[in-house]
Ligand binder design. Structure first.
Ligand code: FAD
Length: 463
């Protein structure tokens, strides 16, 4: 049989298993059927309901505008799959090509897609995390619980962590006229994702909307009352805040533990893969039958010097899923690379924030268009004299222009494309906090060596 015959037979009768039945998993399943895959398709997911969308969970669901169960992802087509929901995968055996489920079942596959995403990082003291009124926001149930707590009219909400999710939740509290304190270890909100300059703008924005913003402080303890309800938070500077609701928004943990022992290059930053979404094993070798997509993937991009990038971006999950699905049913010569420039959006304090590229891959930043004080501007990010990212506040229509600058490695700082050039177009250092702070709330993580560093360290292992 030729390899074309083998591929045809696989597309007709093969067995594909998708582990992680959410955005990336569902979009991959739809793309597999669009690609003409007629074999058996099994979707494994540890959540019990149908796949749903997460971005509204920290936005429209918390305002009460959209009910939590109104976030079900629209289906683009029938995927004709067997759904094994409400049970996590607990292991992957690449010698026998089986996914092990926590209930003891084993599901055989010819090819597997891993899209197990991220879960919320919980509060670090279990008994305090269990207090009534302490929330994280990653699932529909979390958002529903928090929305109910906000609707009850709490005296104050404490948000721990001022990344995108924490800042969006603080914004919703102000919209609902609820007093809110935001505690952030870094010097400003959003600083881990967008750097110090935008961080300062975000801080001003929060304070102007009445947020009690406390930066450079750590929450050390959550205290409850006799009924087990959260009432007070203690800070490392000795101060306290009284509140009825605490939202822990300290970023996510990638769901890779179940792959321990599988031989895949899976760890805290996700599962390493090539641009074709094929997983790498521990030796860095491509595994032909294991694919990765979405928040759990760590994928290289030539624009960013082939460094492995982990993204928690909706658009990335969709695009990567489509590339993975195509490659799962294509021969080597027809495979696609996943090379798109990352895109992200957030809405907070009446401002539509969008980014293109990887802002953390930069050494300088400059406002290129508009006015910071009007909260309508674009800032471009550069690395060693070329454009690597851009962020817009209420000015998203220009981002496609910046995407093209990034793709063509245009010189930094770029000229202003409109007459609204700011008076002072002087680049400043981008100034990201160190890795410890970054790890807490970053939605984009560039791993590998520091871009300014060109050293490899050999570690001798003594037996
Ligand atoms: C509150 C919130 C707001 C957001 N807002 C934005 C935004 O404004 N803009 C933006 O670009 N992105 C946003 N995102 C990010 C976006 O939602 C994610 O990028 C997207 O959900 C990633 O999809 P995914 O399928 O890769 O992973 P996930 O959505 O995390 O899905 C992974 C699925 O796998 C399941 N799973 C995990 N382990 C196992 C296992 N062992 N076995 C079986 N199943 C398992 C999980 O329970 C989950 O159902 C937001 C995310 C959240 C949580």
């Amino acid at each position: 049989m030729t390899s074309a015959d083998t591929l045809r037979a696989f597309k007709r009768d093969g067995r594909i298993v998708v582990v992680g039945a959410s955005l990336a998993g569902l979009r991959a399943a739809e793309a597999l059927r669009d690609e003409g895959f007629t074999g058996s398709l099994t979707m494994i997911g540890d959540e019990s309901g149908e796949p749903y969308d997460r971005p509204p969970l920290s936005k429209q669901v918390l305002t009460g505008w959209v009910p939590a169960d109104g976030t079900t992802l629209p289906r683009r087509r029938d995927v004709n799959a067997e759904w094994l929901l409400g049970v996590p995968a607990s292991g992957l055996d690449l010698a026998t090509n089986q996914v092990r489920l926590a209930d003891g079942r084993e599901v055989p596959f010819d090819r597997v897609l891993i899209s197990t995403g991220v879960r919320a990082r919980p509060w670090f003291v279990e008994s305090e995390a269990a207090l009534d009124g302490v929330f994280v926001v990653r699932t529909r149930e979390h958002a529903e619980g928090l929305q109910r707590a906000l609707a009850a009219g709490p005296s104050r909400v404490l948000v721990i962590g001022a990344g995108f999710t924490g800042s969006e939740i603080a914004s919703i509290c102000r919209e609902r006229d609820i007093p809110v304190t935001v505690a952030e270890l870094a010097p400003a909100p959003l600083v881990g994702a967008l750097g110090a300059m935008i961080g300062e703008i975000a801080a001003d924005m929060q304070r102007a909307h009445g947020v009690d913003l406390r930066c450079g402080v750590k929450v050390t303890r959550l205290e409850g009352d006799a009924q087990g309800h959260f009432r007070r938070a203690h800070f490392d500077d000795g101060s306290t805040v009284d509140a009825d609701v605490a939202v822990v928004a300290l970023g996510g943990i990638r769901n890779t533990e179940w792959l321990r022992g599988s031989g895949l290059a899976a760890g805290v930053w996700g599962i390493a893969c090539d641009t074709g979404c094929r997983a790498l094993d521990l030796n860095g070798l491509i595994t032909d039958d294991v694919f990765v997509a979405g928040d759990v993937a760590r994928c290289p991009n030539p624009v960013y010097e082939y460094r492995l990038i982990s993204l928690e971006h909706w658009a990335n999950a969709v695009e990567q899923a489509e590339v993975a699905a195509h490659n799962m049913v294509s021969g080597q010569a027809d495979r696609w690379p996943h090379l798109s420039i990352p895109l992200f959006w957030s809405i907070q304090f009446g401002v539509n924030i969008k980014s293109v590229g990887v802002p953390t891959f930069a050494d300088e930043v400059v406002v290129t268009q508009g006015s910071v004080s009007d909260h309508r501007f674009v800032a471009a990010y550069g690395y060693r004299g070329r454009v690597t990212a851009a962020v817009s506040f209420n000015n998203a229509k220009w981002l496609d222009h910046y995407r093209q600058l990034i793709e063509t490695a245009a010189p930094f700082p770029p000229p202003c494309p409109t007459p609204d050039q700011p008076v002072d177009m002087k680049p400043v250092p981008v100034d990201f906090p160190g890795p410890v702070l970054l790890a807490q709330g970053a939605t984009v993580v560039v791993t590998g060596h520091d871009p300014g560093e060109r050293r490899v360290t050999a570690v001798q292992q003594h037996r």
